[in-house]
Write a protein that binds this ligand. Structure first.
Ligand SMILES: Nc1ncnc2c1ncn2[C@@H]1O[C@H](COP(=O)(O)OP(=O)(O)OP(=O)(O)O)[C@@H](O)[C@H]1O
Length: 658
């Protein structure tokens, strides 16, 4: 792309330091103009005309369009009177299946290697595996030779201030372990209150029962508020912690559950023994009779170390002796707790910091231990300069996360705010995010397909069941655990949070679809589900290649990178390493015309994903190897060493040490 001096002079800079030139033939956000643009620039156009996909549901998805689906009702335990000083008491609803809330974060900037961005010379097939007629011309560098027949242009320089911010951003996004003392938020959000101390960077507080650094609860001393999570969820988590087999609701080496097999809660009091994700669970004779199940059809437990109770692990915790009636009621020695009325409280003072998991653009994510239950959680801090009313609004908006339930979405425990930060408690994924697992690229296509399938199912659930659009699909928001499960996190459920974060979102555009870049550059906040599908395509490419798909010479300049995305040919999987089905899948996601990208339902039945749902793929083994590679590269052992127990005087006396 050549930029004339007049181009550079006439471009208006928005907050990204970018600008757009439009002429009458190009309206950046209209689908019709996109179509024109596509025909002019996309070598895939003929292919798609030959094999058209059904039209995709195109939704107007500005942050506010999502919000009506967010409950803002005040529940009985939502104590707004407690809010002025800090932690609100957030009732997490009756849902027993709380799921991770999602936050918008924008794309991260990666230190990248020069990946093979060349286009395949083979014709990608259609959904039936037939080669399409159109063959895209080969291109080896998206940065140096973008096709530029579109009228969309970006200016060729960035302001000095923006460059400073980008430099700081790059430094903060270094792949080395983050420095806990660094306040990344201040880099990107000068408006953040400088007086707010980092919550977890205070000197460790030694507790009577542990030498683990504790959260600095002094910040909460004036605030008796607590964040609450349904006891049912925590009880389930505790049971899962005690029984790892039960935790794995997402098969790792057998076919993943089909859409529609996600667990649903039945009516209160009804014992639901349908356990599609737990092949071991087996109903008793009487239970089966009540449910009309023929016992001859029920599989017999086979694992050698199972007890007679193992078959009932969904409802019986043999260690604690408690019965969990499908999260509707828990019967234990203390009595019966009904999920309809009670909720489990998580007090911040009961959270112990165990480790730092990573640092994002807006704060740090910690591994914490909830002492009373022994549940390990991820605690994400997002520092924002907002008034209290907005914080309250955000916390209420996040309530919807309890309804977003899927084996492919990280579980949400609760959220609260403290002195300029939103804190989110979520399921801890012990293998971490994909960006740290794909070292060298994922060559095993079965693994790549299973990861993709999980992302598609997670996005599909969010969209179809809660009308939530993720807005920030990228490898850092795809998490894995050592059971081989893949789950999504950080989706933009809170309109207020999305809007707040967007104001400080600089240099995070790299996974944005072309139409979104244009819209944001024009100051529009429209956003469609198809934009997430583009981001999915880029993420698959990044995981496959082990590097961000656009070449490094575009990386040094956000401007050049966005130009390549908008004006260049979409990158593709290398034909010598991946099957035609895989190449076709990515190609369809990366169609520059959003209306021609497939829907989630179409992606879920794409031959590539279907193929690898039918064959065994050992995800647990793969993630184990990936963690070892990651650790040997970073020189860090992954296994968490529990802190030494510090005996109290009473304990010493009782145990005979004194
Ligand atoms: N639930 C979790 N379990 C384990 N690790 C997590 C969890 N959530 C986040 N992490 C780790 O913390 C890192 C930082 O996460 P965070 O969401 O703050 O930033 P990000 O996704 O990398 O970027 P952005 O700020 O743009 O969203 C992640 O990259 C991941 O490695």
């Amino acid at each position: 792309m050549n930029y004339s001096e007049s181009d550079l002079l006439t471009h208006k800079f928005n907050t990204l330091g970018l600008s757009e030139t439009q002429d009458s033939s190009s309206t950046s956000t209209s689908s019709s103009s996109d179509e024109i643009l596509e025909k002019e620039t996309s070598p895939y156009a003929a292919s798609h005309e030959a094999n058209p996909l059904p039209s995709v549901d195109e939704l107007s998805t500005s942050p506010t369009s999502v919000r009506p689906h967010v409950t803002t009702r005040r529940t009985s335990s939502y104590k707004t009177k407690d809010l002025p000083n800090a932690i609100p008491s957030v009732r997490i609803g009756r849902s027993s299946s709380q799921r991770l809330q999602q936050l918008h974060g924008g794309g991260s900037v990666h230190a990248i290697n020069h990946g093979n961005a060349g286009l395949s010379s083979r014709s990608p097939p259609d959904y039936n595996g037939r080669p399409t007629s159109s063959v895209p011309p080969s291109s080896n560098s998206l940065a140096t030779s973008p096709t530029s027949s579109s009228s969309f242009r970006l200016s060729g320089s960035l302001s000095t201030g923006l460059q400073e911010k980008l430099r700081a951003f790059h430094a903060s996004r270094s792949r080395s372990l983050p420095d806990t003392s660094m306040d990344t938020a201040s880099v990107f959000s000068p408006s953040l209150s400088p007086n707010v101390p980092p919550l977890l960077s205070q000197p460790p507080r030694i507790t009577s029962s542990s030498s683990v650094p504790a959260l600095d609860t002094s910040r909460f001393s004036n605030a008796p508020g607590v964040v609450t999570a349904p006891e049912t969820t925590l009880a389930r988590s505790i049971a899962a912690a005690r029984n790892p087999a039960q935790r794995n609701t997402q098969p790792s080496n057998i076919s993943a559950p089909r859409p529609g097999t996600m667990r649903r809660r039945g009516p209160p009091g009804r014992l639901d023994l349908s356990t599609p994700n737990n092949p071991v669970a087996m109903p008793s004779k009487s239970m089966a009779a009540r449910r009309g199940i023929k016992l001859s059809n029920v599989p017999t437990p086979r694992a050698p170390n199972e007890t007679p109770f193992s078959a009932f692990s969904d409802i019986l915790d043999a260690k604690s002796g408690s019965l969990n009636f499908k999260n509707k009621a828990i019967l234990n020695s203390e009595g019966v707790n009904f999920s309809s009325g009670s909720s489990f409280k998580i007090n911040m003072s009961e959270l112990i910091k165990l480790d730092e998991l990573g640092k994002g653009n807006y704060g740090v994510v910690y591994k914490v231990l909830h002492r009373p239950t022994g549940v390990k959680m991820a605690l994400k801090e997002i520092r924002l300069s907002l008034d209290e009313a907005t914080f309250n609004q955000i916390i209420m908006e996040l309530d919807i996360l309890h309804k977003a339930t899927s084996p492919y979405i990280v579980e949400f425990y609760g959220a609260f705010f403290v002195e300029g930060s939103v804190f989110i408690c979520m399921e801890f994924m012990d293998a971490g995010s994909m960006d740290k697992l794909y070292t060298g690229g994922i060559e095993d296509e079965g693994v790549l397909a299973r990861i993709t399938y999980a992302i598609v199912q997670g996005l599909k659930t969010l969209k179809e069941e809660q009308n939530i659009i993720h807005r920030d699909v990228k490898p850092t928001n795809v998490l894995m655990n050592t059971a081989g499960q893949v789950k999504l996190c950080d989706f933009g459920v809170s309109g207020n949070l999305v809007a707040s974060i967007s104001k400080t979102n600089i240099g995070c555009q790299s996974y944005m679809a072309p139409e979104r870049i244009r819209a944001e550059n024009a100051g529009q906040l429209t956003y469609t589900v198809q934009a997430d599908i583009w981001s999915l395509g880029l993420s698959i490419l990044e995981m496959a290649k082990g590097a961000y798909p656009y070449p490094p010479d575009t990386f040094n300049s956000i401007f050049a990178q966005l130009s390549a995305i908008c004006d260049g040919e979409p990158p593709s999987l290398p034909a010598d390493k991946y099957s035609p089905e895989a190449i076709d899948f990515v190609k369809r996601c990366l169609n520059k015309d959003p209306s021609r990208r497939p829907s989630y339902a179409q992606l879920a039945i794409h031959p590539w994903l279907e193929k690898y749902q039918k064959v065994p793929v050992d995800m647990a083994a793969w993630v184990k190897g990936a963690m070892e590679r990651r650790n040997s590269a970073s020189g860090k052992a992954d296994t968490f060493k529990p802190p030494l127990h510090k005996f109290t005087m009473d304990e010493k006396k009782n145990t005979g040490l004194l």
